[in-house]
Design a protein around this ligand. Structure first.
Ligand SMILES: Cc1cc2nc3c(=O)[nH]c(=O)nc-3n(C[C@H](O)[C@H](O)[C@H](O)COP(=O)(O)OP(=O)(O)OC[C@H]3O[C@@H](n4cnc5c(N)ncnc54)[C@H](O)[C@@H]3O)c2cc1C
Length: 297
């Protein structure tokens, strides 16, 4: 069910106002049952048909939930924070949704396979939550931070979510070195870079951008690097200059991470440019220096 909201003045005030012609279709934020309805962050973009929504507290409870759903003849639809703006957040007609929102455990920083520093955590941990946790211990995962940090990392890995870098990898899937995945039988299998990545490289690649189609990702292990400092500059330029031949290169070619705001009506752009040289240390005296966390905004 797609919903187009025309009640701009009173929709999203927390009150379903039938006298203002609000209903679950034109104002799902106020009128749809949140206990049974999965809605995208941009609710006008996608609201799913009502179904049963499960929110297990532990991985073993998650396994049992999956077994119960499958044995009742239904399918399992994994859900993270439901920030994806398309129908991939919805199950089909005979699916029940299982949200990862209560799966929040984060393990210690430890060596794993060939990597000196990794961390394993449950799929419901959000980008900002892991970033803050790692920040306390002086670690980061490169420039793979998404523009918005309130998404589950299970969902981010499933969709190949990414930061924005011209100079290196900014996809969180590239930092994945281990996955615990629950199948339709409720059993958990561990896949890792050194085992699955060698024995079945195509499966390993597919698991790292799985779209929720290869089982329920219960835990994720990421490789880490020491936290580093960034030189952050905010630039403003007119649109014609930016889109002209060579304009993008001239504006952000030296940047490791770019956040672009484009205002077409005003015909100018703001780039939020992060310069983190390969040495991962400040280059020139920066205008502003932030200590790196998962999100730069
Ligand atoms: C304001 C905003 C800003 C954004 N910025 C960026 C950005 O900068 N870069 C970028 O790349 N993307 C961005 N996105 C898109 C976002 O990263 C993706 O939509 C991401 O998938 C959202 O994660 P989620 O937890 O909400 O997943 P959901 O939307 O809940 O799920 C997405 C898919 O992953 C599957 N899934 C979720 N959890 C699991 C699990 N544990 N096991 C197996 N499958 C699972 C679901 O079944 C579904 O198919 C943005 C979205 C919004 C709304």
């Amino acid at each position: 069910m797609g919903a187009l909201n025309t009640n701009a003045w009173h929709c999203r005030n927390g009150d379903c106002q039938a006298d203002e012609f609000e209903n679950a279709s034109n104002c799902p934020e106020d009128c749809a049952d949140k206990g049974t309805t999965v809605m995208a962050y941009y609710t006008q973009g996608m609201v799913c048909e009502p179904t049963t929504i499960h929110e297990p507290d532990t991985v073993s409870e998650l396994q049992q939930t999956i077994r119960t759903i499958v044995s009742s003849g239904k399918r399992v639809k994994p859900a993270g924070s439901s920030h994806s703006a398309t129908s991939i957040i919805c199950g089909d007609g005979d699916a029940e949704v299982v949200r990862s929102k209560n799966l929040k455990d984060i393990g210690p920083i430890e060596p794993f396979e060939s990597h000196s520093a990794t961390v394993e955590f449950e799929a419901g941990v959000e980008m900002d939550e892991l970033g803050e946790h790692l920040h306390q211990q002086g670690y980061a995962w490169g420039l793979a931070a998404t523009g918005y940090g309130g998404i589950s990392i299970g969902g981010a890995v499933a969709t190949g979510a990414h930061g924005s870098s011209r100079n290196g990898s900014a996809t969180i899937s590239n930092y994945v070195v281990g996955l615990d995945v629950i199948g339709a039988d409720g059993d958990l299998t561990t896949y890792t870079e050194a085992s699955t990545g060698q024995s079945d490289p195509n499966l390993w690649k597919a698991l790292k951008a799985n779209l929720g189609l290869l089982g329920y990702v219960a835990r994720i292990r990421l490789k880490l690097e020491p936290q580093f400092r960034m030189n952050v500059q905010v630039l403003t330029m007119d649109e014609a200059t930016f889109v002209a031949d060579g304009g993008v290169e001239a504006a952000v070619g030296q940047c490791d991470y770019v956040f672009l705001s484009w205002y077409p009506v005003m015909i100018w752009c703001t780039t939020f440019a992060v310069i983190a040289p390969p040495t991962r240390s400040p280059a020139q005296p920066p205008k502003t220096v932030y200590s790196h966390r998962t999100s730069v905004v």
